[in-house]
Design a protein around this ligand. Structure first.
Ligand SMILES: [Fe+2]
Ligand SMILES: [Fe+2]
Length: 244
């Protein structure tokens, strides 16, 4: 599958910055990236796979079969678990469940439009992006009650899923950690392999763009540390200084 390289339109945080939740979060965390008081695990992500949530994973197996979600979701959730270790004040259960579910909506949109709309032009504003967020909330509302989660928890999960790509600012620390985990998977080898294939981009160009365009979007300092370590390893492994 070959596509033209996407325009990764820069975030325009002013769009949602006036929301009271965004304002409260910004006030509570004036220092960016948000510092962590804990040691950050920055070894290759395959060394600390995610654990638990078996029933949730089993419930969303069909949703993992679209758009490499069976790679993206468990890897992103493994990163989320690490970030929760770095920010123990965050609600770990909320973060892990929201990360596992955040892209399940891709399985319920017209697959032919994923590449034609979702990866081209200003992808943040593509209609299909909004649809995959809304469908992801539907999945959460379908599977979570059976697993014993209450309505308030499910509302919080949906608040994170809704807008995870199209809203440009975070509303809570948990929201920020899900966003960072969603981005961090791109720095792992599996994420680089999938993304270069989706975007029709050389690894050398791709890792350069991770550095210049995705790193600045990371909200937590722990994610910055992990991204730097992953990027360094990936550049060496893929010989991107030479193969370009
Ligand atoms: Fe998404
Ligand atoms: Fe994602």
């Amino acid at each position: 599958m070959t596509t033209s390289p996407p325009t990764w339109a820069p975030a325009t945080p002013e769009q949602h910055a006036d929301d009271p939740r965004a304002r409260a979060f910004a006030q509570d965390h004036p220092r960016r990236p948000i510092p962590s008081d804990h040691e950050v695990e920055a070894s290759p992500i395959c060394l600390t796979p995610g654990t638990g949530l078996e029933e949730l994973w089993r419930a969303i197996v069909p949703e993992t079969r679209t758009r490499a979600n069976d790679l993206h979701l468990p890897i992103a959730t493994a990163y989320a678990s690490r970030l929760c270790d770095a920010y123990p004040q965050a609600d770990r259960e909320l973060v892990l469940v929201a990360t596992a579910l955040h892209d399940t909506g891709w399985a319920h949109v017209d697959e032919s439009r994923i590449v034609s709309e979702g990866f081209r032009g200003d992808w943040r504003k593509a209609a299909i992006r909004f649809e995959h967020e809304a469908e992801g909330c539907n999945v959460a509302r379908r599977v979570l009650p059976e697993l014993g989660y209450d309505e308030e928890f499910i509302d919080r999960v949906c608040e994170i899923i809704d807008g995870h790509d199209t809203r440009h600012v975070a509303y809570s620390l948990e929201d920020a950690i899900v966003r960072d985990s969603d981005r961090l998977w791109r720095f792992d080898r599996a994420g680089i392999a999938m993304s270069t294939s989706w975007f029709g981009m050389d690894p050398a160009v791709y890792v350069d763009r991770l550095q210049t365009e995705i790193v600045p979007e990371l909200i937590t300092d722990a994610a910055h540390q992990i991204a730097r370590a992953d990027l360094d390893r990936s550049r060496h492994l893929l010989r991107t200084e030479t193969i370009r």
